[in-house]
Design a protein around this ligand. Sequence first.
Ligand code: GRF
Length: 197
Amino acid sequence: MQNNGNRIRIAMLASGTGTNVENFIRYFASHAQIDISLVVSNKADALVLSRAVNAGIPHLVIRNDQWNDPDLVLGIFTESRIDFIVLAGFLILVPAFLIRQYPDKIINIHPALLPQFGGKGMYGRHVHKAVLESGNPLSGISIHLVNERYDEGRLLFQTTLAVDPADTPESLATKIHKLEYEHFPRVVEAYILTGTC
Ligand code: GRF
């Protein structure tokens, strides 16, 4: 799968704000071996696309209905010589044909401690609200490989933080985002370069 050049090319998939994508762009900006080479969104008005524009990273939209088209989707990733795919707030299920094309090379982050608080519909505020309602004293982040079911691929890395009884979904989201910025690029880098995190 790796391209012929020396450098390793990551495509990032995101549906929304894209602060993690921006953090990856910053982290890998002058990396010796790895580039953020493409940003893909399923939403034409997603803020993540402006971040790609500002950083001068190639970007494009694959609409929800187009993700079922193997020729179109595989064509884009092959043409861009993508080696690894990283999801950061990407809200549609990755199609099986793409997973087969990139075995153990698609990585996602989930803003809670899987296997709890995952699955379809568990994204963004919904996750943090469910964590708070559970009374669980801990939350955290889960970085995992992507398989054909939401949030069920092999875990690569987890770390926790304490939930404050006074937390709201918004305050918890802010703390979780900080944890994501601190660990996500580093974990992806280690996984790509060494196979462990
Ligand atoms: C992150 O919390 C990530 O864990 C989840 O979606 C959120 C994306 O945030 N999968 P942002 O768009 O990177 O700010």
